[in-house]
Design a protein. Structure first.
Length: 392
């Protein structure tokens, strides 16, 4: 067990119709001029954006809007948001949507509060010292960005996807109404469930310190999402299943499931970032497509954790050698992905990289992690390329 810091300052308002509380929450945290940042047309078509703006107007809160956040959110929109906020003297950000809108808003907050190019933070050249406060109305259970310290942005030039972590960007409040996720396409719901599970699995497969209570929380979260993802496949309007998944998404990435370990592995995410940057694939689907190849490459170096995962999460039989049980757990995880129509390789994901593109992704991934990274097993560029090849 390692020492740890656990910091979760986000005020969570969970339940039906909770978006109606947005104005009082903004006032509670000192907002006077708001940027409402959102993604595509669903927020508009559903009427959510109008309900939010009507609520703000009734409360006498001024606002400007900026739509256009896309999966793998773009740096160019972040720059646009920073300039708009400077012009309009914005002092509070409200992200309405999923992880893309939230991550983009976090980047806008860094760029507005700090001098210089905001990309410097994502390129690991500087450290942010301030950020504009942020609130969230969540519409997609997936990234956990509504309670996390992380933000991932794609720089269109060179198709570089990078993440930046700072407690400065943790939202002041997060409004979580499971009903707002009911109109999601089945594919997005499945991608979200995959991302939620992966955030916990990245912290679970580690060779650096573990706590029994943390493991129990992580395993329970994984079993819960697995169960409710299958319910939502057949009954997408099931409120209780939506609620379980939505709360799991927040808990999966606020640090809770990593207390006492070395911070986790994170190489599945890093490998997927290059897929997302180059091919603009859905993040959850990209994670599912790469995970099995990563797991088979590293499991022997982290065998006790993979056996524990197989028994306690995937509920395989405790029969055979440790290695056989671990492999059964990996296979069971891939079977689960298939059961919710997630890909388990790049072909199923719909991308066909050339050998040159595989090498480019491995090179960019190695640069992004500073040469080598991993806890289950430390991976260098050669190992990254081998995993990409195996995932074909």
């Amino acid at each position: 067990m390692f020492d740890f810091k656990y910091f979760t300052p986000t005020k969570v308002i969970f339940g039906k119709n909770t978006e109606s509380m947005v104005a009082e929450l903004i006032k509670e945290f000192g907002g006077t001029k708001i940027l409402i940042h959102y993604g595509g047309g669903s927020v508009v078509r559903s009427g959510l954006l109008k309900r939010v703006t009507d609520t703000l107007e009734e409360a006498g809160i001024s606002y400007v809007t900026l739509g256009g956040a896309v999966p793998n959110p773009h740096l160019s929109l972040v720059y646009e948001g920073i300039e708009l906020c400077k012009k309009e003297k914005v002092d509070f950000l409200l992200a309405v949507g999923g992880g893309s809108a939230i991550d983009s808003a976090k980047a806008i907050g860094y760029g507005l509060a700090n001098e210089g190019d905001v990309w410097d933070f994502y390129d690991y050249k500087r450290t942010a010292t301030e950020s504009i406060p942020l609130g969230v109305i969540l519409t997609i259970a997936a990234t956990g960005s509504e309670m996390s310290d992380s933000s991932v942005i794609t720089k269109e030039e060179g198709l570089v996807k990078r993440g930046y972590n700072s407690d400065l960007s943790r939202p002041k409040f997060a409004i979580l109404n499971p009903e707002l996720t009911m109109t999601l396409p089945d594919y997005q719901t499945a991608c979200g469930c995959t991302d939620i599970m992966m955030h916990t699995m990245e912290r679970y497969f580690t060779n650096g310190g573990n706590m029994e209570i943390t493991d129990s929380l992580a395993e329970g979260l994984l079993r819960t999402v697995k169960k409710n993802a299958l319910i939502l496949k057949d009954d997408p309007k099931n409120y209780d299943a939506r609620a379980e998944v939505m709360w799991a998404g927040s808990l999966s990435h606020n640090g809770l499931t990593g207390c006492g370990n070395d911070g986790g592995d994170w190489m599945t995410h890093k490998l997927e970032h290059e897929l997302g940057g180059l091919y603009d694939v859905a993040h959850g689907a990209g994670l599912a497509a790469i995970w099995g190849s990563w797991a088979r490459y590293v499991y022997k170096n982290c065998l006790p954790r993979f056996k524990k995962f197989a028994l306690n999460v995937m509920e395989v039989e405790d029969r055979g050698t440790d290695e056989e049980i671990a492999l059964c757990g990996i296979e069971a995880m891939e079977d689960f992905f298939r059961s919710i129509n997630m890909p388990t390789n790049l072909k199923e994901l719909g991308v066909k990289p050339t050998e040159e593109e595989l090498a480019l992704m491995a090179k960019k991934c190695a640069i992004g992690v500073g040469g080598a990274k991993g806890s289950a097993r430390v991976l260098n560029e050669e190992a990254m390329l081998a995993i990409y090849r195996a995932s074909m």
